[in-house]
Ligand binder design. Structure first.
Ligand code: B12
Ligand code: SF4
Length: 455
């Protein structure tokens, strides 16, 4: 359905990380598609704008909000690296359109809900955790002209000068996920909704999120089990049934999208992926898939992978450290270096590319552990004769186990509050030091590993 001429109840605007620039976190949260699709099925009109993916001058927000009588503007404050730009955007929109209500949501907003409402007067609501049902309830209440929002699940709102946090009573479980499809794509207003990098694409691949939450609790991750429970109100990880994921892939293929990335690895074990690949074979669909895993794939999974997917498909494994001690102390899904090499060898035999990701700055890491990481990266590059070992910079994530319990991990936090996160600068602004390394040395270590990756 075209949304071009109709009034809009709700407008989602993703800011990216720096207003007015095309660089910087151009991919919007997948949840925007889920929410817009859900609202559409309930007869509520919404549209999505991805600002970093827009051509210069493509959107004049103030006019669009006025002309299409938008009631609620929804701005993701999801990744802490884009929270500052998002909050500035909210302020600008409120100034230009004082009558419009503004809601924010996403992981960072869920963590800092009270602080956002207290410090940013232009923001009327924060929705914590999953938002499909709470957003619908909020929009219905706004339409009726109500001012009491105490019954809206997951909502945080302002009463007087204080923030009221309603209980979290909604999270998307498997049944809900099965009903959330990709119709949200119809509501994206960007003229070029399929850029190489941006809107919902990374390196030309559609970022398809097949579930929510995680069964594990890795020390540096801000989306693990405890974060989800304590700040998103999610009691357990949930995945969308493989058959309905395969059906979504078929719908993407019908739109000409055949390169897809699965960037979430919520459950340990292989059963889910094997079932998905079996379903794809059944419907004779062979996408190019990039599967990102937090654990090690089994030989069985690799066999199905090579049968079901198109050439160019690949796997990434985030191994963290080359030191087994550090991996064991920080990562939920443990494996030894020899098990990792054996699986890489097996994959190479089947013609499957696996990319491994490493980092430095994890708790308990010593200089010796850092050198073990460099040695493992070099070994992988030597054995598999390719750029297969890369570096990921894990800056401090709000709500991660090490953020919540720095003493347990021997960490000293420099960044704690919302203001601290808004003031961060750039990729290497770590925000913490470990018992073995001051912050400047963590950065040096990361750059050292990056130079190893380039060797
Ligand atoms: C999938 C994923 C990605 C995908 C995202 C695909 C996409 N289009 O969303 C990719 C690989 C692209 C990605 C990239 C990054 N990610 Co990421 N990612 C994840 C992961 C594994 C799962 C997230 C998830 O479950 N999404 C489920 C979808 C459907 O839900 P959703 O989009 O969040 O939306 C729901 C709610 O959050 C909420 N919501 C979201 N936005 C809004 C807005 C409003 C207004 C409202 C009301 C509600 C709302 O409602 C939605 C529907 O219910 C988590 C780890 C984890 N296990 O959770 C890390 C995680 C979210 N990512 C993280 C980070 C840091 C990043 C990067 C910034 C890394 C980097 N340095 O580059 C980039 C950002 C890239 C960009 N924007 O261009 C951190 C975020 C921590 C934080 N609080 O900021 C996490 C927690 C991992 C970690 N390192 O700790 N990521
Ligand atoms: S890193 Fe992966 S396995 Fe670990 S908590 Fe985060 S999403 Fe889960």
């Amino acid at each position: 359905m075209s949304t071009s001429a109709l009034n809009l109840d709700c407008l989602f605007v993703y800011s990216g990380s720096r207003a007015g620039k095309k660089t910087g976190l151009p991919i919007m949260p997948a949840g925007l598609l889920a929410m817009a699709g859900y609202l559409g099925k309930k007869g509520v009109r919404s549209a999505i704008i991805n600002l970093p993916g827009a051509a210069r001058g493509e959107f004049r927000l103030a006019e669009l909000i006025r002309e299409r009588r938008v009631k609620l503007v929804c701005i993701p404050v999801h990744w802490h690296q884009q929270a500052g730009t998002a909050l500035l955007l909210a302020k600008k929109i409120k100034k230009e359109n004082p009558g419009v209500k503004i809601a924010v949501g996403g992981f960072t907003a869920s963590y800092f809900a009270a602080a956002i409402l207290e410090k940013f007067r232009g923001i009327d609501f924060v929705i914590r955790g999953d938002a499909e049902v709470p957003l619908l309830e909020l929009l219905r209440r706004l339409k009726r002209g109500g001012a009491d929002f105490s019954a809206v699940k997951n909502l945080a709102w302002r009463v007087g000068n204080g923030a009221v946090l309603n209980p979290i009573g909604y999270f998307a479980g498997p049944a809900m996920l099965a009903g959330l499809d990709l119709t949200g794509l119809n509501y994206v207003l960007n003229r070029n909704a399929t850029p190489y990098h941006g809107v919902c694409f990374e390196d030309g691949m559609f970022t398809y999120v097949h579930g929510r939450g995680c069964a594990d609790n890795c020390s540096a991750c801000g989306g693990g089990r405890d974060f989800q429970k304590n700040f998103n109100g999610r009691p357990r990880a949930a995945v969308k049934a493989p058959a309905s994921v395969a059906a979504d892939f078929a719908k993407l293929a019908a739109r000409g999208i055949t390169e897809i990335q699965l960037p979430l690895s919520p459950l340990p074990g292989d059963a889910y992926y094997v079932e998905l690949f079996r379903r794809l074979l059944e419907i004779k669909l062979k996408p190019v898939l990039k599967v990102e895993l937090c654990g090690l794939p089994s030989k069985n999974l690799l066999r199905w992978f090579s049968r079901a997917l198109a050439p160019g498909s690949r796997i990434t494994i985030f191994a963290g450290s080359g030191s087994e001690k550090v991996r064991r102390l920080n990562r939920g899904r443990f494996y030894t270096n020899e098990q990792l090499i054996a699986i890489l060898r097996h994959a190479a035999g089947l013609g499957i590319n696996i990319w491994t990701g490493f980092t430095s700055g994890l708790p308990f890491e010593t200089r010796r552990d850092l050198l073990a990481t460099a040695a493992l990266m070099r070994r992988i590059k030597r054995l598999f004769n390719a750029d297969r070992a890369g570096v990921y910079v894990f800056s401090l994530e709000p709500g991660s186990p090490l953020f919540e319990n720095p003493g347990k991990y021997g960490i000293t936090l420099r960044r704690r509050t919302l203001e601290d996160f808004l003031a961060q600068e750039g990729k290497y602004d770590m925000g913490y030091s470990t018992e073995h390394f001051p912050e400047s040395e963590i950065v040096r270590n990361l750059k050292f590993l990056e130079s190893v990756a380039r060797e």
